[in-house]
Design a protein around this ligand. Structure first.
Ligand code: PHE
Length: 344
Protein backbone atom coordinates (compact mmCIF):
# COMPACT_ATOMS: atom_id res chain seq x y z
CA UNK A 1 0.00 0.00 0.00
CA UNK A 2 2.70 2.46 1.01
CA UNK A 3 4.91 1.57 -1.94
CA UNK A 4 2.00 1.80 -4.39
CA UNK A 5 1.05 5.28 -3.11
CA UNK A 6 4.63 6.55 -3.28
CA UNK A 7 4.92 5.26 -6.84
CA UNK A 8 1.62 6.91 -7.73
CA UNK A 9 2.86 10.24 -6.32
CA UNK A 10 6.11 10.02 -8.26
CA UNK A 11 4.19 9.30 -11.50
CA UNK A 12 1.82 12.23 -10.87
CA UNK A 13 4.83 14.51 -10.33
CA UNK A 14 6.41 13.49 -13.64
CA UNK A 15 3.15 13.73 -15.59
CA UNK A 16 2.24 17.10 -14.13
CA UNK A 17 5.68 18.63 -14.86
CA UNK A 18 5.56 17.38 -18.47
CA UNK A 19 2.04 18.82 -18.93
CA UNK A 20 3.13 22.17 -17.46
CA UNK A 21 6.14 22.33 -19.80
CA UNK A 22 3.89 21.65 -22.80
CA UNK A 23 1.20 24.16 -21.81
CA UNK A 24 1.71 27.43 -23.76
CA UNK A 25 -1.22 29.53 -22.66
CA UNK A 26 -3.14 30.33 -19.48
CA UNK A 27 -6.14 28.04 -20.21
CA UNK A 28 -3.92 24.99 -20.64
CA UNK A 29 -2.10 25.79 -17.39
CA UNK A 30 -5.40 26.13 -15.56
CA UNK A 31 -6.51 22.72 -16.85
CA UNK A 32 -3.28 21.18 -15.51
CA UNK A 33 -3.84 22.85 -12.12
CA UNK A 34 -7.39 21.54 -11.86
CA UNK A 35 -6.34 18.03 -12.89
CA UNK A 36 -3.64 17.68 -10.21
CA UNK A 37 -4.33 20.27 -7.53
CA UNK A 38 -8.09 20.94 -7.99
CA UNK A 39 -9.89 21.04 -4.66
CA UNK A 40 -12.63 18.61 -5.67
CA UNK A 41 -11.10 16.07 -8.08
CA UNK A 42 -7.40 16.96 -8.20
CA UNK A 43 -5.36 13.77 -8.29
CA UNK A 44 -2.76 14.96 -5.75
CA UNK A 45 -5.46 16.63 -3.63
CA UNK A 46 -7.32 13.30 -3.44
CA UNK A 47 -4.28 11.58 -1.94
CA UNK A 48 -3.83 14.41 0.58
CA UNK A 49 -7.48 14.18 1.54
CA UNK A 50 -7.22 10.40 2.04
CA UNK A 51 -4.31 10.65 4.50
CA UNK A 52 -6.64 10.41 7.50
CA UNK A 53 -7.75 6.95 6.43
CA UNK A 54 -4.19 5.60 6.38
CA UNK A 55 -2.56 3.61 9.14
CA UNK A 56 -0.88 6.02 11.62
CA UNK A 57 2.63 4.57 11.09
CA UNK A 58 2.68 5.27 7.27
CA UNK A 59 0.76 8.54 7.45
CA UNK A 60 3.77 10.90 8.08
CA UNK A 61 5.86 9.45 5.25
CA UNK A 62 3.06 9.51 2.65
CA UNK A 63 1.90 12.90 3.94
CA UNK A 64 5.35 14.48 3.60
CA UNK A 65 5.81 13.13 0.07
CA UNK A 66 2.31 14.21 -1.03
CA UNK A 67 2.94 17.73 0.30
CA UNK A 68 6.30 17.91 -1.50
CA UNK A 69 4.75 16.86 -4.82
CA UNK A 70 1.95 19.41 -4.39
CA UNK A 71 4.51 22.18 -3.74
CA UNK A 72 6.65 21.19 -6.74
CA UNK A 73 3.60 21.28 -9.04
CA UNK A 74 2.44 24.62 -7.59
CA UNK A 75 5.88 26.19 -8.09
CA UNK A 76 6.18 24.85 -11.62
CA UNK A 77 2.72 26.26 -12.46
CA UNK A 78 3.71 29.68 -11.12
CA UNK A 79 7.01 29.69 -12.99
CA UNK A 80 5.41 28.64 -16.31
CA UNK A 81 2.54 31.11 -15.91
CA UNK A 82 5.06 33.95 -15.56
CA UNK A 83 6.98 32.73 -18.59
CA UNK A 84 3.85 32.58 -20.78
CA UNK A 85 2.84 36.07 -19.60
CA UNK A 86 6.26 37.47 -20.51
CA UNK A 87 6.03 35.99 -23.98
CA UNK A 88 2.53 37.38 -24.51
CA UNK A 89 3.88 40.79 -23.48
CA UNK A 90 6.73 40.57 -26.01
CA UNK A 91 4.24 39.70 -28.76
CA UNK A 92 2.07 42.64 -27.85
CA UNK A 93 5.03 45.02 -28.08
CA UNK A 94 6.02 43.74 -31.54
CA UNK A 95 2.75 42.51 -32.96
CA UNK A 96 2.68 40.24 -35.97
CA UNK A 97 1.35 42.27 -38.89
CA UNK A 98 0.15 39.93 -41.59
CA UNK A 99 -0.40 42.85 -43.99
CA UNK A 100 3.33 43.73 -44.13
CA UNK A 101 4.93 42.94 -47.48
CA UNK A 102 7.32 39.98 -47.49
CA UNK A 103 11.04 40.52 -47.36
CA UNK A 104 12.26 40.27 -50.93
CA UNK A 105 15.43 38.28 -51.54
CA UNK A 106 18.36 40.48 -52.65
CA UNK A 107 18.65 39.44 -56.29
CA UNK A 108 21.66 41.47 -57.39
CA UNK A 109 21.66 43.25 -60.73
CA UNK A 110 23.84 44.26 -63.60
CA UNK A 111 26.55 46.78 -62.75
CA UNK A 112 25.69 50.25 -64.15
CA UNK A 113 28.75 50.14 -66.43
CA UNK A 114 27.76 46.70 -67.74
CA UNK A 115 24.25 48.00 -68.30
CA UNK A 116 25.54 50.93 -70.35
CA UNK A 117 27.80 48.60 -72.38
CA UNK A 118 24.87 46.24 -73.06
CA UNK A 119 22.57 49.10 -74.10
CA UNK A 120 25.16 50.68 -76.40
CA UNK A 121 26.00 47.28 -77.94
CA UNK A 122 22.29 46.57 -78.54
CA UNK A 123 21.78 49.94 -80.25
CA UNK A 124 24.74 49.39 -82.56
CA UNK A 125 23.72 45.78 -83.18
CA UNK A 126 20.38 47.09 -84.48
CA UNK A 127 22.35 49.46 -86.74
CA UNK A 128 24.33 46.59 -88.28
CA UNK A 129 27.43 46.42 -86.07
CA UNK A 130 28.92 43.11 -84.86
CA UNK A 131 30.58 42.76 -81.46
CA UNK A 132 34.33 42.06 -81.58
CA UNK A 133 36.88 41.58 -78.84
CA UNK A 134 40.64 41.59 -78.48
CA UNK A 135 43.30 40.85 -75.87
CA UNK A 136 43.99 43.22 -72.98
CA UNK A 137 47.73 42.46 -73.08
CA UNK A 138 48.86 43.88 -76.41
CA UNK A 139 51.99 44.50 -78.42
CA UNK A 140 53.30 47.91 -79.45
CA UNK A 141 52.36 47.10 -83.04
CA UNK A 142 48.63 46.86 -82.33
CA UNK A 143 48.40 49.49 -79.59
CA UNK A 144 50.57 52.12 -81.33
CA UNK A 145 52.55 51.44 -84.50
CA UNK A 146 49.77 50.12 -86.77
CA UNK A 147 47.60 52.96 -85.46
CA UNK A 148 50.01 55.50 -86.94
CA UNK A 149 51.37 56.33 -83.50
CA UNK A 150 55.19 56.39 -83.43
CA UNK A 151 56.75 54.94 -80.29
CA UNK A 152 58.22 58.35 -79.43
CA UNK A 153 54.67 59.71 -79.20
CA UNK A 154 53.92 60.79 -75.61
CA UNK A 155 51.11 58.18 -75.33
CA UNK A 156 53.62 55.36 -75.84
CA UNK A 157 55.78 56.68 -73.03
CA UNK A 158 56.44 54.48 -70.00
CA UNK A 159 54.83 57.27 -67.97
CA UNK A 160 51.44 56.74 -69.63
CA UNK A 161 51.34 53.06 -70.60
CA UNK A 162 51.55 50.05 -68.29
CA UNK A 163 54.16 47.64 -69.69
CA UNK A 164 53.77 44.02 -68.53
CA UNK A 165 57.15 42.65 -69.63
CA UNK A 166 59.46 43.51 -72.49
CA UNK A 167 57.44 45.16 -75.25
CA UNK A 168 54.11 43.69 -74.05
CA UNK A 169 51.77 46.24 -72.55
CA UNK A 170 48.24 46.57 -71.22
CA UNK A 171 46.28 48.19 -74.04
CA UNK A 172 45.68 51.89 -73.39
CA UNK A 173 42.59 51.95 -75.64
CA UNK A 174 40.36 49.52 -77.59
CA UNK A 175 41.62 50.86 -80.95
CA UNK A 176 44.12 47.95 -81.39
CA UNK A 177 41.10 45.73 -82.05
CA UNK A 178 40.45 47.82 -85.19
CA UNK A 179 43.81 46.59 -86.49
CA UNK A 180 43.28 42.96 -85.42
CA UNK A 181 39.89 42.79 -87.15
CA UNK A 182 41.07 44.52 -90.36
CA UNK A 183 44.13 42.24 -90.56
CA UNK A 184 41.83 39.20 -90.45
CA UNK A 185 38.79 40.25 -92.45
CA UNK A 186 38.29 42.13 -95.73
CA UNK A 187 35.88 45.09 -95.95
CA UNK A 188 33.06 45.84 -95.41
CA UNK A 189 33.57 46.09 -91.64
CA UNK A 190 31.12 47.29 -89.03
CA UNK A 191 32.22 46.41 -85.50
CA UNK A 192 31.68 47.55 -81.96
CA UNK A 193 34.39 46.59 -79.43
CA UNK A 194 33.70 46.78 -75.69
CA UNK A 195 36.54 46.09 -73.27
CA UNK A 196 38.82 47.20 -70.46
CA UNK A 197 41.78 49.51 -71.05
CA UNK A 198 44.66 50.53 -68.78
CA UNK A 199 46.61 53.70 -68.20
CA UNK A 200 49.18 54.80 -65.70
CA UNK A 201 46.83 57.30 -64.05
CA UNK A 202 46.19 57.80 -60.35
CA UNK A 203 42.56 57.28 -59.37
CA UNK A 204 40.62 60.47 -58.69
CA UNK A 205 37.01 61.61 -59.14
CA UNK A 206 37.29 61.41 -62.94
CA UNK A 207 40.17 58.94 -63.59
CA UNK A 208 40.83 55.27 -62.99
CA UNK A 209 43.92 53.28 -64.02
CA UNK A 210 41.56 50.62 -65.44
CA UNK A 211 38.34 51.58 -67.20
CA UNK A 212 36.11 50.51 -70.07
CA UNK A 213 35.89 51.71 -73.65
CA UNK A 214 33.68 50.92 -76.60
CA UNK A 215 35.35 51.23 -79.97
CA UNK A 216 33.40 51.53 -83.20
CA UNK A 217 34.72 50.98 -86.75
CA UNK A 218 33.00 51.06 -90.14
CA UNK A 219 34.96 50.55 -93.37
CA UNK A 220 33.59 50.28 -96.90
CA UNK A 221 33.73 51.99 -100.27
CA UNK A 222 32.28 55.49 -100.19
CA UNK A 223 31.94 56.06 -96.42
CA UNK A 224 32.16 59.77 -95.59
CA UNK A 225 32.16 62.06 -92.59
CA UNK A 226 28.41 62.49 -93.16
CA UNK A 227 27.91 58.79 -92.36
CA UNK A 228 29.87 59.24 -89.14
CA UNK A 229 27.82 62.27 -88.07
CA UNK A 230 24.51 60.64 -88.96
CA UNK A 231 25.41 57.40 -87.17
CA UNK A 232 26.50 59.15 -83.96
CA UNK A 233 23.48 61.49 -84.01
CA UNK A 234 21.19 58.48 -84.31
CA UNK A 235 23.08 56.68 -81.54
CA UNK A 236 22.73 59.73 -79.24
CA UNK A 237 18.96 59.92 -79.85
CA UNK A 238 18.49 56.24 -79.13
CA UNK A 239 20.70 56.19 -76.05
CA UNK A 240 20.05 59.58 -74.43
CA UNK A 241 16.54 60.27 -75.77
CA UNK A 242 14.93 61.80 -78.90
CA UNK A 243 15.88 65.38 -77.96
CA UNK A 244 19.63 64.63 -77.81
CA UNK A 245 21.82 66.47 -80.33
CA UNK A 246 25.51 65.98 -81.12
CA UNK A 247 28.25 68.49 -81.81
CA UNK A 248 31.69 67.83 -83.34
CA UNK A 249 34.76 69.82 -82.29
CA UNK A 250 38.04 69.54 -84.24
CA UNK A 251 40.60 67.41 -82.44
CA UNK A 252 43.55 65.15 -83.14
CA UNK A 253 44.19 61.40 -83.00
CA UNK A 254 47.11 59.83 -84.91
CA UNK A 255 44.82 57.12 -86.38
CA UNK A 256 42.00 59.37 -87.67
CA UNK A 257 42.04 62.30 -90.07
CA UNK A 258 40.12 64.49 -89.65
CA UNK A 259 39.47 63.88 -85.95
CA UNK A 260 36.82 65.22 -83.61
CA UNK A 261 35.66 65.28 -80.03
CA UNK A 262 31.96 64.53 -79.96
CA UNK A 263 29.66 66.23 -77.45
CA UNK A 264 26.04 65.43 -76.71
CA UNK A 265 23.57 68.09 -75.56
CA UNK A 266 23.38 67.98 -71.76
CA UNK A 267 20.88 65.35 -70.69
CA UNK A 268 20.14 67.20 -67.45
CA UNK A 269 19.32 70.69 -68.81
CA UNK A 270 18.78 69.78 -72.49
CA UNK A 271 21.45 72.25 -73.59
CA UNK A 272 20.49 75.38 -71.69
CA UNK A 273 23.40 75.16 -69.23
CA UNK A 274 23.49 73.70 -65.69
CA UNK A 275 26.05 72.58 -63.09
CA UNK A 276 26.24 69.06 -64.62
CA UNK A 277 27.57 70.47 -67.93
CA UNK A 278 29.39 73.35 -66.20
CA UNK A 279 27.05 75.83 -67.87
CA UNK A 280 28.07 74.86 -71.42
CA UNK A 281 24.97 72.85 -72.36
CA UNK A 282 27.21 70.07 -73.74
CA UNK A 283 28.84 66.91 -72.43
CA UNK A 284 31.87 65.28 -74.06
CA UNK A 285 31.17 61.62 -74.81
CA UNK A 286 33.74 60.36 -77.31
CA UNK A 287 36.59 60.77 -79.76
CA UNK A 288 35.99 60.01 -83.44
CA UNK A 289 37.19 60.59 -86.97
CA UNK A 290 37.82 59.19 -90.43
CA UNK A 291 40.28 56.28 -90.44
CA UNK A 292 43.72 57.59 -91.39
CA UNK A 293 44.99 56.10 -94.72
CA UNK A 294 48.19 55.11 -92.87
CA UNK A 295 46.16 52.65 -90.78
CA UNK A 296 44.69 51.08 -93.95
CA UNK A 297 48.21 50.71 -95.29
CA UNK A 298 49.36 49.02 -92.06
CA UNK A 299 46.60 46.40 -92.28
CA UNK A 300 46.88 45.89 -96.05
CA UNK A 301 43.67 47.66 -97.13
CA UNK A 302 43.79 49.80 -100.28
CA UNK A 303 43.44 53.42 -99.03
CA UNK A 304 42.48 54.56 -102.55
CA UNK A 305 39.47 52.26 -102.55
CA UNK A 306 38.26 52.23 -98.95
CA UNK A 307 37.30 54.86 -96.44
CA UNK A 308 35.86 54.48 -92.98
CA UNK A 309 35.20 56.05 -89.63
CA UNK A 310 36.10 55.10 -86.07
CA UNK A 311 34.98 56.28 -82.66
CA UNK A 312 35.79 55.49 -79.05
CA UNK A 313 33.75 56.19 -75.95
CA UNK A 314 34.01 55.43 -72.23
CA UNK A 315 31.09 53.54 -70.64
CA UNK A 316 32.36 54.40 -67.12
CA UNK A 317 31.99 58.10 -67.96
CA UNK A 318 28.76 57.67 -69.92
CA UNK A 319 27.22 55.82 -66.95
CA UNK A 320 28.18 58.82 -64.78
CA UNK A 321 26.44 61.21 -67.18
CA UNK A 322 23.38 59.03 -67.59
CA UNK A 323 22.82 58.28 -63.89
CA UNK A 324 24.30 61.46 -62.37
CA UNK A 325 27.16 59.62 -60.60
CA UNK A 326 29.54 62.26 -59.19
CA UNK A 327 32.73 60.18 -58.74
CA UNK A 328 34.05 57.49 -61.13
CA UNK A 329 35.54 55.53 -58.20
CA UNK A 330 32.03 54.74 -56.94
CA UNK A 331 31.80 52.19 -59.76
CA UNK A 332 34.39 50.01 -58.02
CA UNK A 333 33.79 50.50 -54.30
CA UNK A 334 31.43 47.50 -54.30
CA UNK A 335 29.04 49.38 -52.01
CA UNK A 336 25.63 47.71 -52.09
CA UNK A 337 23.92 51.02 -51.18
CA UNK A 338 25.22 52.32 -54.53
CA UNK A 339 24.87 49.15 -56.61
CA UNK A 340 21.36 48.26 -55.41
CA UNK A 341 20.06 51.48 -57.02
CA UNK A 342 20.68 49.83 -60.39
CA UNK A 343 19.01 46.49 -59.56
CA UNK A 344 16.47 45.55 -62.22
N1 PHE B 1 41.33 55.59 -78.89
C1 PHE B 1 40.97 56.94 -78.58
C2 PHE B 1 41.19 57.19 -77.08
O1 PHE B 1 41.37 56.27 -76.34
C3 PHE B 1 39.51 57.21 -78.90
C4 PHE B 1 39.23 57.14 -80.37
C5 PHE B 1 38.85 55.96 -80.95
C6 PHE B 1 39.36 58.27 -81.17
C7 PHE B 1 38.57 55.90 -82.32
C8 PHE B 1 39.11 58.22 -82.52
C9 PHE B 1 38.69 57.04 -83.07
O2 PHE B 1 41.21 58.31 -76.63
Amino acid sequence: MTEALLEELSRLEREALAAIGAADHDDALERVRVEYLGRKDGRVSAILRGLGALAPEVRPKIGAEANRVRDVIRDALAWRTAEVAARTQRRREAPLDLTLPGRAEWMGGRHPVTRVIDEISAIFASLGFTRARGPEAETEWYNFVALNTPLDHPAADMQATLYVHGRVLLRSHTSPVQVRVMERYPPPIRIIVPGMVYRRDAADASHLPAFSQIEGLAVDEGISFVDLKAMLAEFARRFFGPAARVRFRPSFFPFTEPSAEVDVSCIICNGTGCPACKGTGWMEIMGAGMVDPAVFEAVGYDPERYTGYAFGMGPHRIAMLKYGIPDIRMHHENDVRFLSQFAE
